[in-house]
Structure formats: C-alpha cells, structure tokens
Design a protein around this ligand. Sequence first.
Ligand code: ABU
Length: 531
Amino acid sequence: MSSLNGGMNGRIEDWHESSSNEESSFLSRVVQLLRSEGVLPGELESNENTINCPVVRFQHPAALEENLQLDIPDGGKGMSEERLLSKLSDIIKGSVKTSHPHFYNQLYGGLDPYGLAGAWITEALNTNQYTFEVAPSFTLAEKAVLQKCLKLFNLPENGDGIFAPGGSMSNMYSMVLARHHACPEARAKGLQQCPPLVAFASQDAHYSLRKGANWLGIGTDNIIGVPTDDEGKMIPTELEAAIRRVKQGSKHTNGCATVNGTHNGVGELCGKPFIVVATAGTTVLGSYDPLEEIADICQRYGIWFHVDACWGGSLILSKKYRSLLHGIEKADSVSWNPHKMLGAPLQCSVFLVRHQGLMHKCNSAAATYLFQQDKFYDASYDTGDKSVQCGRKVDAFKLWTMWAARGDNGLSALVENAMDCSRYFLRLITDRPGFRLVLPSFECTNICFWFIPPRLRGLEETQEWWDDLEKVAPNLKKKMILQGSLMIGYQPLSNKGLRNFFRLVVTCQPPPSPSHMEYVLHEIERLGKDL
Ligand code: ABU
C-alpha cells in the first residue's frame, strides 16, 4: 500500500481500482482500531468489574495539542495510511470513552449498538432528509418513528413532528410555532406587528429558551423565570400569578425574574404571554413540573403549552414510571432526546406537535429547486420544507433501528434497569457517612449529592465550612479525571443557593448494574478520603 494521497500514475481506471481497494481496507482497519481501543459497544468490559481501559486519559489542552499535531500542512500529498491510522489511534486515545460504564458525567452516555448500526447505515448512504427523492426509505422511517412517538406521548395521531439537531433546536421549534400561533403576522412582517411576546418557564428550565428568545427576536428579558418549589418543580400558582401580571401590564414586584440562575433584568412586564415551557426532567435535579396543572392554566389563558421532555421523556417508555409525565398529552408540543437516557447516537432529538400542518405554514420557504409541486410522485412526502434546516441528517433512523430491534418492551426494560440502578445508588448513599443528598428523593436517574470528606464531618456548618466544602467536588473531580477511573459532573445551583454538588447521571447504555453503582461509591470514597 503506497499512500492515501492520490498519487496518480498510469490509467485512471487502475487508479480508481487501487484507491477503492485501499479505502475499503482502510475502513476495515478503522473498525478494528475502534474495537481495539474499546470504543465500540460491549468492547470495554471483560467482566462486570474488570474494565480494561480508562474512561479518559486526560492531557491538558496545550499538551494534547503538542502531542496530536493536528495541523494539516498546506500543499503536500497527504499522509500514508500507516501514519494516518497511527494519528487516528492517538486521537481516539485522547478522547473520552463516553460508552464506558463509569461515565456518568452528562445527560447522555453509552451507545445503543442498534442505534450505531442505524447511524452507520445513514452515514454510509450519506443523504439528506429533505426530500423523498433522495431519501425515500428514510423519509418513511422518519414518518413511522414520528407516528410511534406521537402515540407514545398520547398526542393526536394526525399530529406532526420532525427530528431536530439537538434539544435546544427542538425547544426553539416550539417557540417559533408558539410565536406563529400568537402572531402569524410575524413571519412576513416581523415582530413589530406583534405585541411584546412573553414566555414562561421555571427557574430550573433549560438555557436553550434564552437562546431561542434571542434568536427569535423575543428578547431574553421577556422570559419569566417562574419559581420552583424545594424539589425543583414549577409552582403553578406562581405561574398563574406571573401570567396575570403580564396580562395586566403591571410591574414585576418581587424583583427580577431568573432562568437557570441568570439575571433577566425584567422591568415592565406587559405583553402577550405566548408560551409556557414545562420541564419533564430538569437538567440538574431531574424534577418533573406538574404538567396537568400547568396544562390547565395554559388552556385557561389560551397559551401554547410546550413540554421540554428532552431528558426525562424516556420514562414514558416504562409503565412503572410514566405517571410522572401525566398531562403531557395535553401539550401543544413536546421535545424528547432519545440520545440522552436511551443512548441513541448523538444527535437524536424529536420535536412533536399536535397541530397538523402548522410546521409547514410557519417554516415553509417553498424552494422551487427542491420542493417542486409538479413532481411525478406524491410531493407531500417531501418533508424538508417544514424544517428550519436545508441540509438535515437522517437522525430518525437511529431510533427506528433501536426501536425495531428492541420493541417497546426492550426499551422499557432498559429504562427500568437504569432507574433501578439509580435507586440502588440512592439507597447506598442515603445515611452513609460522608454523603448527603441534595433532595430527599429524586424522580429521574440523576442523583445529586455532596461528598463530605472525613476532615469536614461532624463540624459546625459555618460559612467557612461551606466555602471549604465547595472546593471538594472540583478537587475530587480532578482526581477522577487524572486517574481516568470515573467521570461524574458537578455544579452549583445558584437559584436554590446550593453550592457545588455532584450529579450522577445513570443512563440505559451500557446497561448499568448494582456492582457499577458500588464501584462509584467506593471510588468516590477512595479518591475523596484525604481531601
Ligand atoms: N442539554 C443539557 C445537557 C447538559 C448535560 O449533559 O448536563
């Protein structure tokens, strides 16, 4: 094998033949490399507790940059296959193994092997989801899986939906549809045709709403952060009071509203309430807003009701836990990320809406070079015009493959196993010396806690004590990362006055077990005992 660099001597046919052989052998070697580096699902564990690869081999950015040497020289012929494979091996070694059983750092983790198969197929076919013409099978797969999702969330079967590039975009779809619902003139004439539009979400809601308010010209100050209770759930009476205040154009009397701890700088709060976003599974505490009550308020005031179920929506797959999402069937729109708890390959985010045709009305641009209405087939299968995107990946097929392979029961069993393991961890740390829960109980699979090292136990909890404890999580995290033995996230929650605490996120893949949970406990104690 000479190189991958396209050196062309002799006949073009010979070059084609030799380069396609080289490329296919290269692809096989890449798969072998992924396997040997423990990246592919199931490769990491030889048995329950023997893990043959660290979660991360951390290098500081400058050192990693120096070691990887990723600059591509100008001109030149390109690397030999051997050199490129060695470079790829270094890149993989320098990456976090998010499918490692001890990766609990984010609201995603692990990789469903069937989802990966779906992703590989779509990447290999390399098409665009915008028209039936170029994505016939995938258009139908998206239709089928959206139908299944509408049914799952008990939304009308003649509803609509789309796969979006991440939960933030799914939430933004809800905002643009709600804006269209409240003020259809905005689409053509701009926001100056509308009264000031005001959105409501809990103080613990996701930051994408602020980004959406900026992008859509709503203005971030026009999002009211509705207070949450001690468990992180939106308080319906506070929501209703805020809606009334805005409708009456009165002053916001109890200071400035905040969303996720960020000061909104709200002054005059007069305008038209156009959307309420409830959260089913908040980012940090995993709390579920009371959807039924919020739905009723939205109905009473004629406001669009969106449920951000990006994180916690997967619990609807389980008969045992779906009651947490009661009321979601009344939503105007829902977002749900199978790439989070379920382990669908990133990204896989579903946006669902109960109103047939509204996405098209709101988003259509009718490009005549893509969406010709005189096509020889049923052009209603060209779904791209209801999207804000032109180029769109075939994310639906990843979920289709997983769901087809596992069925409702298989997905439900995975979700229940993740819940069981998170409950087991909760039991392990409840009342255990050195551990303190942030909430008395948790609804989802994220468990939040402080670790109190031995030297800080049994002391009066003064301001200084908390100043000290606040440094424990980042220091312990540093040890985890440098040893590569575990990854768990930490954060403060300033709107609740909570200082740095850990958030352990249990996901469905690779299926966690009680011994994984025991490992986490012992690893925290081992790394934290001298802090
Ligand atoms: N979309 C929020 C996810 C952030 C996290 O993984 O914690």
